[in-house]
Design a protein around this ligand. Sequence first.
Ligand code: ADP
Ligand code: MG
Length: 238
Amino acid sequence: MAGMEMRALRKSYGGLEVLHDIDLTIDDGEFVVLVGPSGCGKSTLLRMIAGLEPITGGEFRIGGRRMNEVPPRDRDIAMVFQSYALYPHMSVGRNMGFSMEIRRRPAAERAGPVAAAARTLGLDRLLERFPKALSGGQRQRVAMGRAIVRDPQAFLFDEPLSNLDAALRVEMRLEIARLHQRLGTTTVYVTHDQVEAMTLADRIVVMNGGVIQQVGNPLELYDRPANRFVAQFIGSPT
Ligand code: ADP
Ligand code: MG
C-alpha cells in the first residue's frame, strides 16, 4: 500500500507560512494533479512529500508509516522535474541505472531494469548516447526512465512538460497516461496546463495561497466548482 495521508500539514520558510493546514488523502495507485497559480505552494508540497523540504507541522504518512522525519534516500519515491537534471557526463543508460549504482547493485543486475524501461519509453537505441546529443523530448524520456527504473512506491512530477513544444507536450502526456495505466503507481503531478490536469487526473487538487480550495475528479470540479476561484481556474462558467 502506497497511499498518502496529509493531516494539517504546514510549511514555513523563515517566519512565513506558505502552506496552511493541508489535509489530503491520496489512494494507492491514484493519479492526483495539483494545480494553482504560481507561488501557491505546489512545488513546496511535492518537495515535502519527497523529503527535500522539512515539514513544519502536521503529519505525513505513506502506507500508514509516519514519514515526517524520514530522509529522502529512505523514501521510495522518484521525482521528475521540468529541468531534466540528467548527469551530462554519463550515457543515457548509465543515467537511467544510476539510482541502482549508488545502491551498489552490480552492473549485471542493473542491465535488465534499464533495458525494460528503455523499451517502454522507446529509448532502446539511445542508451550509449550522452544527454547533450538528445532532443528535449528524448531528455524528458530519460528523466522518466530513470524514475521508472527505481520502480518506486510513488512518482512525483513537477511541471515535467512545460519546457517542451506543444506537439511534444501532447505526445509526452499520452506517454505518461499509458505509463500510469501500465504501472499503476501512485502519482502526484503538478501542472499549470488545464488540459494535462483534466485528462491525466483521477482527482484534481486546486490550491491558492497555500490552501486547498477544492479536491475532486475533473468533472466534479467543472460542474460543481466550490467557489469562483475554482470556477475561473478550471475554466467553467460561473
Ligand atoms: P509553486 O510551485 O506553486 O509556484 P512554490 O512552492 O514554489 O509555489 O512557492 C510557494 C511559496 O513559498 C512562494 O511564496 C515562494 O516564494 C515561497 N518559497 C518557495 N521556496 C522557498 C524557499 N526556498 N525559501 C523561501 N521561500 C520560498
Ligand atoms: Mg513550482
